[in-house]
Design a protein around this ligand. Sequence first.
Ligand code: GLN
Length: 424
Amino acid sequence: MSADYNIFVTEETIEGESDGPLADRTVAVKDNISTEGVRTTCGSEMLDDYVPPYDATVVEELKQAGATIVGKANMDEFGMGSTTETSAFGPTENPAAPGRVPGGSSGGSAAAVAAGEADLALGSDTGGSVRNPAAFCGVVGIKPTYGLVSRYGLVAYANSLEQIGPLAPTVAEAAELLDVISGPDENDATTRQEGAESDYASAATGDLDGTTIGVPTELVEGADEGVRERFEDALDDLRAQGATVEDVSLPSIEHAVEAYYVIAMSEASSNLARFDGVRFGTSGGFEGNWNEAFSRSREAFGEEVKRRILLGTYALSAGYHDKYYKQAQDARAWVKQDFDEAFESVDVLASPTMPVPPFEQGESLDDPLQMYLADANTVPVNLADLPAISVPAGEVDGGPVGIQFVGPAFGEDEIIRVGSAVEN
Ligand code: GLN
């Protein structure tokens, strides 16, 4: 069945403990999350035969919770993309919208849930890679606050931005999976005490009494008409359930996409330096000198990954560092400040998750810039280290539409509560 959509890179069962909160649940795990003894490719030819010697912390937690892992899910190469079309193992198709992409980069994870190939899934979200495919496949996805979930064993793309996050058919089930993976980890110094004793699942009450939802106008204006209509319908429904909705402004947001791509590519250029055929990755052979062998090894990267390593290296190089990287960090601080100010007057912020319906397969491949711009509503959240959820909000001609709620840092309970009201 899964062969129809090309959901898994590796279909292999990893059994967990016999009981626990996720006993009898199946989980698809994105192929950039390390599984001991089971191939982990990051969607790249570079890691075609890489078998990790240890489990990521989240994988250990899944096993302890009694879950059964059913396979390693397809993804854009090293998480770089929004369509799961940059995978070296071929594109995944959207089970909820035939002929369309499932979104990305965690497209295989979202498709697994949408197609019923797994009850739950784990993805990773550097700039939207959990929320984007959740929206495109009509499922729920959560990007946790930075530091809530351990990144130990997650192959790094842009480590200051990314978190592992759950995907599920409903808000309550996504919250249940978040309960299992959240909390401090001695192997990841960026994790925090928050989440240690969490009970996010019971926050999915759908209760909106006294809730104020802010709508950043900048994140709605540019969206497709059909997407905007579904978004407005969802807001009307939340108002009818007792929420107050008001407009807010995040003036810094127009710089978020540029800042995100400078920071993400800069970190990627450094993180991906370990794939040299000696430490990790396809060997460049023994012919010629070290530089030649190194270059041959790196031919195993796909076009998008090469583009980003080149641009990131350029942005960090002497003479350009202040012009690009430092400016991007300033913009990041400004985005954070705008969000902080907004949360002084509202409980959560709402926007369409993606400004467009799912792309047709092949549509966005020749125009990387167009693809980067589609991340306008998701990347600000990563720049500000905040939590966000995407919940299905109906369909337009092209496929499913998602509504995104953003909360203050460690405000997972809030976004889960408001998100679950959309399902009422
Ligand atoms: N589309 C974004 C990018 O290509 C987000 C990717 C992600 O979150 N891993 O960087």
